[in-house]
Design a protein around this ligand. Structure first.
Ligand SMILES: NC(=O)c1ccc[n+]([C@@H]2O[C@H](COP(=O)([O-])OP(=O)(O)OC[C@H]3O[C@@H](n4cnc5c(N)ncnc54)[C@H](OP(=O)(O)O)[C@@H]3O)[C@@H](O)[C@H]2O)c1
Length: 286
């Protein structure tokens, strides 16, 4: 297949790399140096606009930042929708609102294209190891075309429902993570204040009922006060903003999520917008 990947960030760069082992891949990245580095590492081709990158592709994948970034690389000037061939499929891995997803689904259908929302979970390590969890929304036949290709970098890939259902599922994911990371941070903070060996504490409690992905994958860097990696606090605030707006609209009560969102605002004020979300511990320490 001819594939295109737009957005070679923390997640997109390794995801596109997995695809290149099986298919012909053309990449686009706003900062061209990242696309040059990717082509030097994986082969394939690079283009200077999403529109050019999308020409002739069977499937165009994207993993950019937020709603406006996604609009820019799809329907904006030089966007992929202007270059895609009839019947081609756009798969969006960005975490965005369900509203922009439905807007772009309609725009794609009007142009004879298909659109699947496919936000991801599993972090930088999940992208690098090809072990992502992918939650999808869109037409069943479009999803069926995307699934075998996404499985190249997925541990589990599932269609939850119609367009927007993938993004709404990702909101559930972020709600579940927010309180959990704060709890983990408080546990490590408490262990340190109590004079315990943090490593030894986690070695034991991670094997019991308190164990989690966040604990397994983040405790070492948290104890080392190292946050220059992973999932940026700025992106988490973008996600929680989407979540809280939706919660308001549907009448869901999310008190802990709203509180943790404010804690992340504190981390941004500390200069930690690009720090990993586990930096909630730093907020307690400093
Ligand atoms: N990191 C994680 O653990 C993780 C996990 C799950 C989901 N996500 C979601 O996945 C998405 C990407 O995350 P990431 O960590 O890979 O972010 P990142 O490292 O900041 O990369 C963002 C990518 O989007 C591109 N981009 C941003 N705005 C753009 C625009 N207006 N036009 C064109 N390209 C644009 C960036 O290009 P430049 O190189 O030019 O800046 C970069 O390639 C986000 O929606 C995030 O919420 C991330």
């Amino acid at each position: 297949m001819n594939l295109t990947f737009l957005g070679l960030g923390v997640m997109g760069y390794p995801m596109a790399g997995h695809l290149a082992k099986h298919h012909d891949v053309t990449v686009y990245n706003r900062t061209a140096s990242k696309a040059e580095a990717w082509v030097a590492e994986h082969g394939g081709a690079m283009a200077s606009t999403p529109e050019q990158a999308a020409q002739g592709a069977d499937i165009v994948f994207a993993c950019v930042g937020n709603d406006d970034d996604l609009r820019g690389v799809t329907t904006g000037a030089g966007g992929a929708f202007h270059g895609m061939k009839d019947g081609a499929l756009f798969v969006d891995h960005t975490t965005v609102s369900a509203a922009v997803t439905r807007e772009l689904y309609d725009a794609a259908r009007a142009k004879g294209l298909n659109f699947v929302d496919a936000p991801i979970s599993g972090g930088q390590a999940g992208a690098e190891n090809g072990q992502l969890s992918i939650m999808c929304g869109g037409d069943q036949d479009a999803y069926a075309r995307a699934e075998p290709v996404m499985n190249i970098y997925a541990k589990l890939c599932r269609r939850i429902g119609e367009s927007g259902a993938g993004q709404t599922t990702k909101m559930c994911n972020q709600i579940a993570i927010a309180g959990l990371v704060q709890g983990l941070s408080e546990a490590l903070h408490f262990a340190q204040k109590a004079g315990l060996d943090g490593e030894a504490v986690v070695e034991v409690i991670s094997q019991g009922a308190a164990g989690s992905w966040q604990m397994q994958n983040r405790y070492k860097t948290m104890l080392a006060d190292h946050y220059d990696h992973g999932f940026a606090v700025d992106w988490m605030r973008k996600d929680l903003g989407i979540v809280l707006e939706n919660a308001n609209a549907i009448g869901a009560s999310l008190p802990v999520t709203a509180l943790v969102d404010q804690f992340y605002k504190d981390v941004q004020k500390m200069g930690g917008g690009r720090w990993d979300t586990s930096s909630l511990l730093k907020r307690l320490r400093d």
